[in-house]
Write a protein that binds this ligand. Sequence first.
Ligand SMILES: Nc1ncnc2c1ncn2[C@@H]1O[C@H](COP(=O)(O)OP(=O)(O)OP(=O)(O)O)[C@@H](O)[C@H]1O
Length: 302
Amino acid sequence: MANLANLTNNKLLFIVNPIAGKLHGKYNLKQVLKLFQDHGYQTTVMKTKAKGHATNLVLEYGNNFDIIVCSGGDGTLNEVISGIMKLGKEIILGYIPSGTTNDFASSLNISDRMETAAMTIINGQVRTVDIGLFDDKRYFSYIASFGAFTGTSYSTPQSYKNIIGHLAYVLEGMKDIPNIRPYHVKVEAGGQVYEGDYIFGAVSNSLSIGGLLKLDTNRVDLNDGLFEIILIQNPKTPIELSRLLISISKREYKDKLIQFIKAPEAKFYMEERIPWSIDGEYEPGANEVRIQNIPNAIHIIT
Ligand SMILES: Nc1ncnc2c1ncn2[C@@H]1O[C@H](COP(=O)(O)OP(=O)(O)OP(=O)(O)O)[C@@H](O)[C@H]1O
């Protein structure tokens, strides 16, 4: 691990999504900028204007900076990471979460108080994290999932998310319940084949999935080159359903309806095209999907 204080270059690109989450950005941006300035960083601020813009900003300007800090939710972080991966340059990333759930930030122990997260960037250590690659075309920092609750994060209107925050996800998720339906899927991972009717599947590198499913810290290592893969089979009776819900709420994934796999890669074969969620954003999916782990791909300050 390198300490940021050892870096000689103090040019910092600060990418801000002004509409993310609870609009913290609007109120605290000045304080954060002052903190960077007081600690000797020459900061250039760029605000995102639309979906995909953060990736383009990294591709266009990333080469001129050694540190890129982004503020936004999981979607903005995903876009910035995608830009860094495409640029192919070893850039140090700092993250100031201002989204609704900030799942990945909590896995990295980054505070959701903007000034505290900024101080982490100033005083923190650089560590590496693995990144996922979905079907050779889309990068993800913490999750690719299908099935139940998957539509929640991208179908919840931004205005709701901004007003009621995380509760919006949970409420939208509840609306999903009558629509939960199994998908017949075959999965190859870790040298095994799993086949069944699944209501939820996730390939993740995170301690928290959609703020709903939580994994224990001793089960997850964010830079071990392995994903945590969870497959949940369709409960066939009310008893099976209640047993499933209890084991999820207790974080015990030993139920026979739950498969928990660790593997560097997974292949999914589906009879129909199932939509996925990639770090909370919509992905139309395909009949065959390959997901690969790129170990230690991103250098992030925590
Ligand atoms: N100026 C903008 N206007 C509209 N959309 C934008 C703008 N800037 C960025 N976006 C898009 O907003 C979407 C949501 O951003 P983000 O995920 O960062 O925030 P969030 O949804 O509040 O947080 P989370 O995903 O953690 O709940 C992203 O797809 C991003 O590309």
